[in-house]
Design a protein around this ligand. Sequence first.
Ligand code: SF4
Length: 63
Amino acid sequence: MKVTITENCMGDRNCNDLCPEVFEFDEDTLRSTVRFDEIPEKYHDIVRRAADECGADAIVIEE
Ligand code: SF4
């Protein structure tokens, strides 16, 4: 699984609260970033949930 955050991110930090092991908040751009090129298996479910919950539809998952 690969994950990217689009420029639609509105910086509400929901994904960071949900899974700080994967999502990091960039204080310069005020957008989230992803810590991994390839998301470890153990985070797949929570990453899918973060994508579902993202109000900006900014979390793009490639399975
Ligand atoms: S949940 Fe979506 S809008 Fe909110 S910080 Fe994460 S990527 Fe950005």
